[in-house]
Ligand binder design. Structure first.
Ligand code: BG6
Length: 485
């Protein structure tokens, strides 16, 4: 099986904040890989726009350094790198002033037939300002697109204000809100598995699904980004966006068509059907230090900070499909392994002819996002051998890298998403009302934490979070899966 590469149409992608971290780590390396794969046309132009006064040649050299740092050496082909660098251009632009806008407009005017996209790889305080400037110099034309990324607000009110600012100059169909989790291969596969196979859908409801666990565990701490993180915390940084999207794709009704609005409508219904959380549905934690690394407090400015670096939640979706099936979500920094997975655990068969079955964990579908993207089904079989009818649980494993070896490297989330912007396909992006609905669910619990005056529970680095997290599932008779790579 060889993956099919269909080149996109020629485009001009303007990257505001082109000298920043996201551009260096993800956007430029991602575009290079797509060019090397034959998907980005060599006539496309990637135009860096930032405040630094830099020449085109200097920008190209900076991009070369970024590729050398962030693209795996075997994928760096000298000729391809030169071809990619030749697509790069640079215009010094002052987002908050007048400088550079006329030059940018003139440059874009050279290729009126190109698809035009503006990637705002800058702080959210500049999204509205840049949108306004683009409109001011006639660049907010109907076919153009803007790309923005989290933080999309800090709460419901700020998210609404941001949506309003963007909507002054761009229609919803022109606004691409990135959640990079939606670009991960397995996340897209979740939809394929659910909606392209006949055997999951009849079981995909509370009659057959006992509970669902969604885990995004990280081993890294907040060192180096303490200032941002301390103003966000795990709830705003991970739950309101990435985990919410995973929850939506797991729980949503089959959309009538695989089209952006049909998919967004179904996701929105899930978010709106979430019961409000109570304090008893939540566990929040903060990591201690150990010999290798400091504690959470060592990496942030406020020595008394109560921001959570770990959160676990028990959510209920109040609709016909899911009433009675808890969805447990947990995410945190400095945990025992880097692991992101969705585990759908099925109920035991209605009648047991094997007494031992009670002691087994039961069928589960494990959808692994990272590391080693793939899908595993836990099934019960007879233990091989002459020892009588003893049962054992075994994994039916499908690791994509093995199963689809000939397809080659699985593209990174950003590669897929940037090309979707050029293709004009919003399916894997968030609509404004989804973002607002997610804040409407997370805001009250953040408020409850603050009002309760409680502190996050401390946990050891390398653990599975505060010990209290086990109570969340055991109260319902369930067990968390181990966080192990
Ligand atoms: C980002 C968060 O959005 O996602 C980070 O701000 C987090 O705190 C990261 O580390 C996780 O992404 P991934 O793709 O490494 O799982």
């Amino acid at each position: 099986m060889v993956s099919t590469v269909i080149p996109v149409r020629p485009f001009d992608l303007v990257i505001f904040g082109a000298t920043g971290d996201l551009a260096r780590r993800k956007i430029l390396p991602g575009l290079y890989r797509r060019l090397a794969a034959g998907q980005m046309p060599t006539t496309a132009r990637v135009i860096g726009a930032a405040r630094s006064r830099m020449s085109q040649a200097e920008f190209r050299e900076a991009a070369r350094a970024a590729l050398e740092e962030f693209v795996d050496a075997p994928a760096l082909d000298a000729a391809q790198v030169d071809t990619f660098l030749a697509t790069l251009d640079y215009v010094p632009v002052d987002a908050t002033g007048e400088d550079g806008w006329a030059e940018l407009a003139a440059k874009l005017g050279e290729r009126p037939d190109h698809i035009r996209a503006f990637y705002m790889s800058v702080g959210p305080n500049l999204f509205g300002v840049i949108a306004e400037r683009l409109a001011g110099c006639g660049l907010a034309t109907p076919p153009s697109r803007i790309v923005v990324e989290k933080p999309l607000g800090h709460d419901l009110a700020s998210a609404r204000a941001l949506n309003l600012e963007l909507s002054k100059h761009f229609e919803e169909h022109q606004i691409y809100r990135i959640d990079h989790y939606l670009g991960k291969e397995t996340v897209q596969n979740l939809m394929a598995i659910r909606f392209a196979n006949a055997f999951f859908e009849p079981l995909w409801n509370s009659r057959h699904v006992e509970h669902v666990q969604i885990t995004v565990a990280e081993t890294v701490g907040v060192a180096g980004r303490g200032a941002y993180y301390d103003s966000a915390g795990a709830m705003r940084d991970m739950v309101q966006n990435h985990m919410m999207q995973l929850l939506c794709l797991t729980a949503m009704e089959p959309p009538a068509r695989f089209e952006p609005d049909a998919v967004h409508d179904e996701k929105l219904k899930v978010i709106r059907a979430l019961d409000p959380l109570t304090l008893a549905d939540t566990v929040r934690g903060q990591y201690r230090g150990n010999n290798e690394d400091g504690s959470y407090h060592d990496h942030v400015d406020d020595p008394a900070s109560r921001t959570e670096s770990f959160v676990a939640l028990r959510a209920h979706i109040a609709n016909w499909r899911w009433a009675g099936t808890p969805f447990y979500l947990r995410t945190g920094k400095r945990l025992s392994a880097r692991l992101s997975e969705i585990v759908v655990t099925f109920r035991q068969p209605p009648h047991t002819i094997f007494p031992q079955i009670e002691a087994l964990k039961g069928n589960a579908l494990i959808i692994r996002l990272q590391p080693g993207e793939g899908i595993t089904m836990r099934v019960t079989i007879k233990e091989p051998g002459p020892g009588g009818m003893r049962l054992v649980e075994v994994p039916l494993d499908m690791t994509f890298a093995d199963a689809l070896a000939e397809v080659g490297d699985i593209p990174e989330a950003y590669e897929r998403l940037i090309l979707d912007v050029i293709r004009g396909d919003q399916t894997l992006f968030m609509r404004g009302d989804e973002v607002e609905a997610a804040w409407a669910w997370t805001d009250p619990i953040i408020r409850l934490w603050t009002e309760s005056g409680s502190k996050p529970l401390l946990y050891d680095p390398g653990s599975a979070g505060p010990i209290e997290v086990y109570k969340l599932t055991s109260a319902d008779g369930h067990l968390w899966r181990e966080i192990a790579a």
